[in-house]
Design a protein around this ligand. Sequence first.
Ligand SMILES: Cc1cc2nc3c(=O)[nH]c(=O)nc-3n(C[C@H](O)[C@H](O)[C@H](O)COP(=O)(O)OP(=O)(O)OC[C@H]3O[C@@H](n4cnc5c(N)ncnc54)[C@H](O)[C@@H]3O)c2cc1C
Length: 389
Amino acid sequence: VTTVEAAGSTFRPLGFSSVALPPAARELQAEVRAFLAAEQPRDAIGTRVDWYQPSPEFSRKVGARGWIGITWPKEYGGGGRSMLERYVVTEELIAAGAPVAAHWVADRQSGPVLLRYGSEAQRRRFLPGITAGEIYFSIGMSEPDVGSDLASVRTAARKVDGGWVVSGRKTWASRAHVSQFMIALCRTEAAGDRHDGLSQLIVALDSPGIEILPIRYMTGEHYWNDVVFTDVFVPDDMVIGNPGDGWRQVTSELTYERSGPDRFLSVLPLFVALIDKVGTRPDERAAASLGSIYAQLWTLRRLSMSVAAELDRGGSPRTEAALVKDLANCFEGLVVDASRDLVPPSARESGDTFDRLLDDGLLSRPAFTLRGGTSEILRTLVAHGLTSR
Ligand SMILES: Cc1cc2nc3c(=O)[nH]c(=O)nc-3n(C[C@H](O)[C@H](O)[C@H](O)COP(=O)(O)OP(=O)(O)OC[C@H]3O[C@@H](n4cnc5c(N)ncnc54)[C@H](O)[C@@H]3O)c2cc1C
């Protein structure tokens, strides 16, 4: 690692590298494209901004292809392939606007957490069902009044004979109403350092004492929930790793959550519709705007692939992942703004593809810079990463 001096401070350069897709990844890319072309008429592919649409049927088909848990060891139902190959599958599915939401969280982060920190019994119990596209997980980190400052979670797990009794409330729990399990970050011990005494528990969402309350999105749709726990019993064997290890697990999980192409390709269907709408003879302003978006898209892609390659090498590129997410969130907003700017209301045709996608984008826009960590938090992480040794 080299260092650079600037304005009297020492900065650590970020670890991005140039990555080319290996031939196996290119072949896989073609396979996924052919699959999506065949599925297009049946599933609602490419009709929405964002990857929020769940379709258990589609998830099972993706699972049958071996594309969920594609990097996990074969003994757990995984594909034993590289992060770059996973990158290619993710990119194609999200770019097409495929309805991947049912299995998304389990594939992207819950499975990797179980692989890295879970017990052998937990891996055998959950991973094959995830890879088949049949077991879904929800993220239970945020709470009312606790989002950015995760170490302040108040949901508590109290030790009892044979397990833990959980009480508290999680908010914004992704698709908890259609998932079988949640990984919930709980305080299991009062600790001097707030980052100690936290644990992650796998909670079966049909357990007695759980109430799942919908949070309606601005589109009126139901993707998120408050989940209330009243004395919910969780057996000892559902604690991930050792009690007290939760903070380390959560921070590494966020690297998987933050760096993938789902963070910037959410708006690709809208960008494609915008290009169609502007047509083959854009004026100078439109051409400059579309060109700039395209250049940014390409740059983000390279950064995101570089994070995938670093994960393949066993690295922990937290700072890079935070930077990719922040840039990606700016990009998502830019595509929505440009669409509104380049196509004035008088040029919109009510109900056509562009019109529907733009409406969707406008309503999703506020969430871009919140979900998975806000811009301020990401930039703080980047600043720490740049200045720590
Ligand atoms: C669409 C969507 C989906 C989500 N899905 C999930 C999910 O599945 N599971 C889950 O657990 N959570 C989920 N979240 C929650 C999300 O992670 C939190 O909303 C986010 O972390 C912000 O937390 P908060 O809402 O409590 O805001 P706050 O933390 O209260 O932040 C409010 C504002 O203050 C700023 N701020 C806070 N602290 C600092 C600081 N130290 N320095 C500078 N500025 C600061 C923030 O940047 C923000 O602008 C989701 C959120 C959204 C919008």
